[in-house]
Design a protein around this ligand. Structure first.
Ligand code: G3H
Length: 531
């Protein structure tokens, strides 16, 4: 599909001053890298006559070698010290103080980080600031939830002649790998809870969205003890693979795809020891029933399928629409899509260029495949704007023969499937490799009741008359099948990154237990109540 969009070209704005980042954090020290570097370009820039973008140069990031990655692992292992290091044994007050110091320092970097979020991964202005603010809120909420967990752990029980105290303890060394679409928020939703629970971390940013993390390195160094957080830059194959091969990683925390996580897990010599906390691919469907409020369904589906150009794991990626309302839905949906503006993220428009290399070609391939098998592009503005920008294409009628029916497009192509028999829709969803969320559009209580009961065991969140999303962050975020392993939320992440540990003794030890607790010599055996 080579047709050019009729949309306006991307407006040009002054870019941030490029910088060469040559530092990484290992064992509490900021090291200077003098090996290879990777040039970082924005997906924005002047579009030349041939459609190629003269991408704005943003700077360089280090591509560390295997030895540097292994040093970071050794520092994390050393700081953990088989659970006897300072950080895993630190009391709750010390961990909270470190986290509070970090969040205070982080807040000072709001402008820098949000600006780089815009320029590196083309997240529009309000979403970039929102990602930053949401992350700060997440950290503050995590601190409060951690206090609550500690309060519960301060309870000493006596039952059936057994005195016991139960707390959640750390798991060990965490390898943390975040995604490019939420390089700050989703990464920190792994890193922050794992850290506050006393684990030690090796963190490597995703392929895109690297420079935006650099303003925070100093804050990590200042707030946390040496080795608790180690931050390395470079390629996954060079750094993550060899780190996994050592067998020294206790938790793989990754938001990305199952191909990467499976490849990493396979390299661990004792995978039974490895806890996996994974947010993976999804193919969230919407079902628009014959009794839906079409205007509401259109609004939610446009937003659900195309916010941040569809580059969200929670995006609606397949729309099933009942035949009796299909024409009305398509007419209104295509008009709404064509009314969207694709421009520079500084303009805060809903659609922006795509940061991934060859993404435009991938979108064109999905369209070409579907068209060759009988679908049509039914909106007017669809197609390539430049080599980094693609105006959304709405495909209809999409069938099971087409790649886009099964695969996660993670971009601006919206497939519409017309249905008459709901059982066929339900069967397709049940057969899908994915099981994160779905959206149901109907105003009828009987329809919703039936659909909810049939969907709750296919996915992990059923949204009624609203698009799919992760937030608010107190809700559990997980998935079935190839979509996730473990559950994340402010509350659940603390559980996922920890294990229940208890101290128990017979009732005849009451005096000893009482003396240990009142003596105040143990940070673990304490009944101190955190306020
Ligand atoms: O990429 C997947 C994100 O978890 C989606 O989060 O629903 O807040 O955009 P969101």
């Amino acid at each position: 599909m080579k047709a050019s969009s009729k949309n306006n070209p991307i407006t040009e704005f002054d870019a941030p001053k490029p910088f060469r980042w040559n530092q990484y954090l290992v064992g509490g020290e900021i090291h200077t890298w003098d090996g290879d570097f990777e040039k970082v370009y924005s997906p924005m820039g002047a579009v030349k006559a041939d459609g190629a973008t003269d991408k704005v140069y943003l700077g360089e990031s280090p591509t560390l070698d295997e030895a540097a990655g292994l040093k970071a692992l050794a520092a994390a292992k050393n700081a953990y010290n088989n659970g006897r290091g300072y950080w895993p044994t630190a009391g709750a007050a010390a961990r909270i103080a470190a986290m509070e110091k970090f969040v205070a320092l982080m807040k000072e970097k709001r402008e820098e980080v949000s600006t780089l979020l815009m320029w590196e991964i083309a997240k529009n202005k309000s979403s970039a600031y929102k990602e930053f603010d949401r992350t700060v809120d997440y950290i503050n909420d995590t601190i409060e939830e951690y206090k609550e967990l500690q309060r519960r752990g301060s309870h000493v029980a006596s039952k059936d002649g057994v005195i016991s105290q139960i707390r959640r303890g750390p798991l060990g060394v965490v390898l943390c790998l975040g995604p490019y679409n939420y390089p700050l928020n989703e990464t920190f939703c792994l890193l922050i809870p794992s850290l506050i629970m006393g684990n030690t971390i090796v963190f490597k940013p995703a392929k895109y969205g690297v420079l935006l993390l650099t303003p925070l390195i100093e804050a990590f160094k200042k707030a946390f003890p040496p080795g608790a957080v180690n931050i390395v830059f470079g390629r996954g194959r060079t750094l993550a693979g060899p780190i996994m091969k050592t067998g020294d990683v206790d938790v793989l925390a990754l938001i990305g795809n199952s191909k990467s996580s499976n490849a990493l897990v396979a390299q661990h010599p004792k995978p039974n020891r490895l806890r996996q906390i994974l947010g993976l691919e999804a193919k969230n469907p919407a079902i628009v029933f014959d009794d839906a409020n079409i205007d509401q369904a259109v609004k939610e589906c446009v937003n659900g399928a195309l916010s941040y150009n569809g580059q969200r794991c929670t995006a609606l990626k397949l729309l099933f629409v009942h035949k009796s309302v299909s024409e009305e839905f398509r007419t209104k949906f295509t008009a709404a899509v064509d009314a969207l503006v694709l421009d520079h993220p500084e303009t805060d428009c809903p659609l922006t260029p795509l940061p991934e290399r060859n993404k435009v070609e991938q979108m064109e391939a999905y369209v070409d495949d579907a068209v060759s098998k009988g679908a049509r592009v039914i909106n007017n503005n669809a197609g390539r704007v430049s080599d980094t920008a693609f105006f959304p294409a709405v495909l209809f009628p999409v069938t099971k023969k087409m790649d886009i029916f099964h695969e996660e497009q993670f971009g601006p192509v919206v497939p519409i499937v017309e249905y008459e028999d709901l059982e066929e829709v339900m069967a397709s969803i049940a057969m899908s490799d994915y099981g994160q969320q779905c959206s149901l559009f109907s105003s009828n209580e009987a329809t919703i009741a039936y659909a909810v009961d049939n969907m709750v065991n296919q996915v992990c969140r059923v949204n009624i008359n609203t698009s799919c999303q992760r937030g608010p962050d107190y809700l559990p975020f997980t998935g079935r099948k190839d979509s996730a392993v473990a559950t994340l939320s402010v509350h659940d992440a603390l559980r996922s990154f920890s294990i229940r540990t208890l101290v128990a003794t017979g009732a005849d030890q009451k005096e000893l237990v009482g003396n240990v607790i009142s003596g105040g010599q143990s940070t673990w055996m304490t009944t101190d109540y955190l306020l």
